[in-house]
Design a protein around this ligand. Structure first.
Ligand code: BGC
Length: 761
């Protein structure tokens, strides 16, 4: 199926067209030279031009007649353009900017390149499941290479929002529930997108988004308000953003929603105090699409003037497509509401990124480059490798997997088994035409001699169509009639009945997760559960492969289906990677980056909560629900392998450590099975008392190791002030308490191999 993920905003019709020349390697000027160049530019720019640099123009009309983008660029009215994906047009617009606009400042072209440009990688939630930062780093290196070859300079990624509510559709774009894992994945993505040298000719400028708290929307309802204590913000939400800053991320994007009653787009605490103040961030911040104009709709700003002045003064440097800055900022400066120095600070940040990128020297893109870059077979290999490493084996009773390649007759059943849309997943760059290898295709390629029969079963579709599909005019198909659905159901069961083994491929379509794609239920959509039960009822060996963008509630499957592989939305090479794992060419080693609940009603469910007076396992334990268990179905960090591992010999380098000092924790991990495999060794701590209550467990170290059968390795983790301090509600500051700690090392967040140490003054 053709997948077109248009930008997150209003769309109707396209714009633009033009032509030009090459783009090449850059040399890095020194900080002093960059500053001098930016100062010189600023000195000759008019106020209107400065405001222009703070305007990101949408290259798509919004239904109403606005000025032509060429004219906006010609008069210096745009610093950046987004929602355009056409090399020729990039060059044409750029030519106007560098030859006709007053100060000849090149445009920065931005687009959402989230998990691949042409070669599609697993969705970010999947890549986080690899617990291997090399996976997102290498994936985003390829994504950057392809997108930059198309003329894109700047991606709106990584999304580093922590999400603990699987109903929230955008959980698919992040690294899951944990700030430590999330920080590692955030930094890795920044390294991948930007490379070692900021502005390298085959890299993109990255953008950490959405600052901050977006993943905590009430009820998992996208865009709804967020209320978070400062402790939650600083201990849970902000660490991945801070990690992105430390990794050198060039830009930030604000979030849409209200954070503690102040919209993130006008939130001086977030932007001025934390980001630009405490963290010393020197890049620029762009709003989310239309977000500055939305300050009025959100009941915060009185009018456009109020929205523009409050957003800018709060630290929002660039207005994404709302037109509020270009309409109001110059007048606000003229009447003294906004100071020239405030404008200059924002413009300086934008210009500094452009100069550092070498855009002035190399504004154009070679129009023949993309074809050469995307044809690299290495990119496909990288995508297959990333998908293999991202998959999580949730269950494998009686060694159902791997399947034998001598299999005679296999049934592949389910609505996403042959779906390119679900294989590529959420957030395609617009104009993308999928060439994803589906699971059905991957299996056929793997066992060409087997008889393989396929039946999709009843279709699945959103009960309420996608806002973006409706907006962008994606053709809507007519729903199956109940009769057609029933016939498809019966055909699927009949197809399964004739086979020796059944692979069921169930889950979600791409538009069921992502922006404006939250769900009230975490069950398998449509009639998939009924189909699964009917097929399992046939008594054949059944393997369940899941393609989905969020944790699902799979209690029935976890009891009745012997093997379950969480393949997420695995990208272009996803079908091959699934087949590699199903038939044992690859041993799965991914681990869950988010807790799987038993029932939707448990959400939000995450491992790192604080203790209560009635903890699980204690004599006074008082069950939390009377209609179901409180524990997760699959805990954070869970994932199986075709081999077995032991983890033992836990040692802490010293029983006591002084505040500010470091200790070492080691454990031995051994492959006790008969095939090579990967284990992710995870370290969790718990501070037993202190100024504040601390989470029952917190991940503070992990390492994915590959071991041959019988091989043993010692894994070592450092615990120092960075791992042991926290933001305290009582102290209203970062503190490190002198207290006793538990430490566990194991294969998931329920690890039992434990020891202890004490921090002393
Ligand atoms: C989304 C952002 C995205 C932007 C530009 C918004 O609706 O929230 O994540 O980067 O659109 O497409």
């Amino acid at each position: 199926m053709h997948v077109t993920r248009w930008p997150a905003f209003v769309v109707l019709g396209l714009a633009l067209s033009m032509g030009a020349t090459a783009g090449a390697a850059q040399t890095m000027p020194s900080d002093a030279r960059i500053k001098a160049r930016v100062d010189a530019l600023l000195a000759r720019m008019s106020l209107e031009e400065k405001v222009g640099q703070l305007n990101q123009a949408g290259a798509i009309s919004f239904g109403q007649d606005g000025p032509k983008i060429e004219d906006v660029v010609r008069r210096g009215g745009a610093g950046s353009v987004l929602w355009l994906n056409d090399t020729k047009r990039f060059n044409e617009l750029q030519k106007i900017a560098v030859e006709e606009s007053p100060s000849r400042i090149p445009l920065l072209f931005g687009l959402d390149v989230i998990h691949g440009y042409r070669t599609i990688f697993p969705v970010p939630l999947a890549m986080a499941s690899s617990w291997d930062p090399a996976v997102p780093e290498r994936a985003q290196t390829v994504a950057a290479r392809e997108a930059r070859a198309a003329g894109i300079h700047w991606t709106f990624g990584p999304m580093v929002d922590i999400a603990r509510d699987a109903r929230w559709g955008r959980i698919v774009e992040g690294a899951g529930e944990d700030p430590y894992l999330g920080s590692a994945m955030a930094a890795a993505q920044v390294r991948g997108f930007q490379g070692q040298t900021f502005g390298a000719a085959d890299r993109l400028v990255a953008c950490a988004k959405h600052f901050a708290g977006y993943g905590f929307a009430d009820g998992g309802r996208d865009y709804d308000p967020v209320d978070l204590s400062e402790a939650q913000l600083r201990n849970v939400v902000l660490p991945p953003f801070h990690a992105a800053v430390k990794a050198g991320v060039g830009t930030f994007m604000g979030a849409y929603m209200d954070l503690n009653n102040v919209p993130a787009s006008g939130n001086a605490f977030l932007l001025r105090q934390v980001l630009k103040g405490e963290w010393g961030f020197r890049g620029f911040v762009v709003s989310d699409a239309m977000a500055i104009g939305n300050l009025i709709i959100q009941g915060f700003a009185r009018d456009g003037r109020d929205a523009a002045s409050r957003a800018l003064r709060a630290g929002m440097d660039m207005d994404m497509a709302s037109g509020t800055y270009p309409r109001n900022l110059a007048a606000l400066v003229k009447d003294g509401t906004v100071k020239t120095a405030e404008i200059d600070d924002a413009v300086r940040r934008v210009l500094t990124v452009k100069v550092r990128m070498g855009l002035f020297e190399h504004p154009y893109t070679d129009e023949s480059l993309l074809t050469k870059v995307v044809s690299s077979p290495e990119h496909q290999q990288e995508a297959r490798w990333a998908a293999q490493r991202s998959m999580v084996l949730l269950r494998n009773e009686g060694k159902t997997l791997p399947l034998s390649k001598n299999i005679k007759h296999l049934a592949v059943i389910g609505p996403v088994a042959d779906s390119r849309d679900a294989t590529d997943g959420s957030w395609m760059v617009f104009g993308h035409t999928s060439n994803a290898v589906t699971v059905l295709e991957g299996i056929k390629a793997k066992v060409p001699d087997a008889k393989i029969e396929y039946a999709p079963g009843p279709e699945i579709r959103r009960e309420i169509p996608s806002f973006f599909d409706a907006l962008t005019g994606v053709p809507q198909t007519t729903p199956q009639t109940p009769g057609e659905a029933e016939a498809a159901f019966q055909l699927a069961v009949a197809t399964a009945r004739g086979a020796d083994v059944v692979v069921m491929v169930l889950g979600e379509t791409a538009s069921m997760a992502g922006e404006a794609a939250s769900r009230a239920s975490l069950d398998l959509p449509g009639r998939q559960q009924a189909l699964l039960e009917a097929v399992v009822g046939l008594g054949k060996p059944v393997v369940l492969v899941l393609l989905n963008g969020r944790p699902l509630a799979l209690s029935w499957a976890a009891e009745h289906v012997p093997a379950i592989l969480e393949a997420w939305e695995p990208g272009s090479e996803g079908g091959h990677a699934v087949a590699d794992i199903l038939f044992g060419d690859v041993n799965p080693g991914g681990k869950l980056p988010a807790t799987f609940p038993r029932k939707t009603g448990q959400t939000p469910l995450y491992y790192a909560r604080t203790l209560t007076h009635s903890p699980e396992g204690s004599r006074m334990y008082n069950p939390r629900y009377w209609d179901g268990q409180n524990s997760p179905l699959y805990p954070f960090g869970h994932g199986l392998s075709y081999t077995t591992f032991s983890i033992d010999n836990l040692k802490v380098s010293a029983p006591k450590v002084k505040v500010g000092e470091q200790l070492t924790v080691t454990a031995d991990v051994a492959n006790t099975g008969t095939v090579a495999g990967d284990e992710v060794v995870q370290l969790y701590i718990h501070q037993k008392a202190g100024s504040d209550s601390r989470p029952i467990r917190e991940l503070k170290g992990f390492e994915r190791v590959t071991l041959e059968p019988g091989e043993k390795r010692t894994v070592s983790f450092k615990l120092g002030p960075d791992e042991l301090r926290y933001w305290s509600t009582s102290a209203k500051a970062w503190i490190q308490d002198a207290e006793a700690f538990d430490v566990w090392v194991g294969a998931d967040s329920t690890a039992t191999l434990g020891a202890g140490f004490t921090v002393v003054r």
